[in-house]
Design a protein. Structure first.
Ligand SMILES: NC(=O)c1ccc[n+]([C@@H]2O[C@H](COP(=O)([O-])OP(=O)(O)OC[C@H]3O[C@@H](n4cnc5c(N)ncnc54)[C@H](O)[C@@H]3O)[C@@H](O)[C@H]2O)c1
Length: 335
């Protein structure tokens, strides 16, 4: 299924972070719908190195790209030489910039800002040079402690959220110039769906709860989880937003969510019903209080109006579509 009339078959497309969750889904969207498109994936892939929080420094995994027929480049977006080669060796029509330190609990601020903020500006310069449209991943984490989930009301409460606010600020600066490309920032809310599994502990709670349930364990929720609400969005709706962001003359920053907050408790209830296993629920203290969002709900009015975006998946639908992949992963990957 395609989301607009653009024929990407003759286009050259760069996907940074293309071995990650959202980037690899984008890569296959183009491969499946526009087999003649030239798709270039750049990702640093996982090295085994970890941050001080114990999580991997990057989550890119070759298994997300099994069957991919495009070009794969292993490289770091902080590497100026790599960027120079990308600029000289290709002529991109679209850049989907997904590469980032995507782990919201990382405390190494230096690398976070360098990777998420400074490398974004470098890539934006390539986009301008190539006359390529830039579509980049911002985040709902920019709202942090805000109680208004509308562009302009950001209040980041961790280094990750801050880095995404800085990306948006760079965008506003560049949009003041008279550019002949469009720049679209998409503030994804909590994304779940196929190809997120290799994000380990930072994958959505949908897949994590599902695998706890399939193991026969009682799913562990933070205390008060019936009152912790987030806007959970299925990957296909995120792909829809990215593709609709390619329509010309739509520069700006937009929320990408369902517009409807749901609780972590809801996720477990739906999974227990779909998997037909119910061992109750266990409650544990929340270790992230202070840098944690207890409520998010995207205001998607301007995304609907300007991008023609329309989310198609309620949480019940998204989880239902995801169940076969959750079961396959459990059989083949979960030890
Ligand atoms: N998944 C979500 O719920 C969500 C929500 C809001 C925003 N985002 C943003 O969307 C984008 C994609 O997220 P994702 O969920 O697919 O995460 P992900 O970690 O699966 O994907 C990011 C990819 O970037 C790569 N990467 C990291 N540092 C790199 C570097 N220095 N050079 C080259 N590649 C590098 C990683 O290897 C990984 O494959 C990120 O920018 C993330 O911040 C995600």
């Amino acid at each position: 299924m395609t989301f607009n009339d653009i024929d990407f078959n003759s286009k050259t497309i760069l996907i940074t972070g293309g071995a990650g969750f959202i980037g690899s889904n984008l890569a296959f969207y183009f491969q499946n719908n526009f087999p003649m498109a030239k798709v270039v994936v750049v990702d640093c892939f996982r090295s085994g190195e970890i941050f001080s929080n114990g999580n991997l420094k990057s989550f890119g995994h070759f298994k997300n790209l099994l069957g991919f027929k495009g070009i794969v480049i292993s490289g770091d977006i902080n590497d100026k030489k790599l960027l120079k080669n990308l600029k000289l060796n290709y002529k991109f029509d679209y850049i989907f910039h997904q590469a980032a330190i995507s782990d919201t609990t990382v405390s190494e601020q230096d690398l976070m800002i360098k990777t998420n903020v400074n490398a974004y500006e470098d890539l934006l310069k390539i986009a301008i040079n190539h006359k390529a449209n830039m579509i980049y991943a911002s985040s709902a984490a920019t709202y942090g402690d805000s109680d208004r989930f509308e562009v302009g009301y950001e209040r980041a409460n961790n280094a990750y959220g801050f880095s995404k606010v800085m990306m948006d600020n760079i965008t506003y600066e560049y949009l003041k110039k008279d550019l002949d490309i469009s720049i679209v920032g998409l503030k994804y809310f909590n994304v779940y769906g196929p190809k997120e599994f290799y994000k380990n502990k930072t994958a959505s709670m949908v897949v994590q709860f599902a695998h706890q349930i399939l193991k026969g364990l009682t799913p562990k929720l933070f205390e008060g989880s019936d009152k912790i609400l987030r806007d959970f969005i299925y990957i296909e709706d995120v792909i829809q937003a990215n593709i609709k962001a390619c329509n010309p003359k739509q520069s700006g920053i937009y929320n990408v969510g369902t517009g409807k907050a749901r609780s972590f408790e809801d996720i477990v209830n739906i999974l227990q019903k779909e998997l037909e296993i119910d061992k109750g629920k266990e409650y544990i203290p929340n270790p992230f209080i202070g840098a944690y969002q207890f409520f998010t709900e995207a205001n998607i009015e301007s995304t609907k109006e300007n991008l023609g975006y329309k989310p198609r998946y309620e949480m019940e639908d998204g989880i239902k579509s995801y169940i076969p992949e959750i079961k396959r992963l459990f059989k083949e990957e979960v030890k």
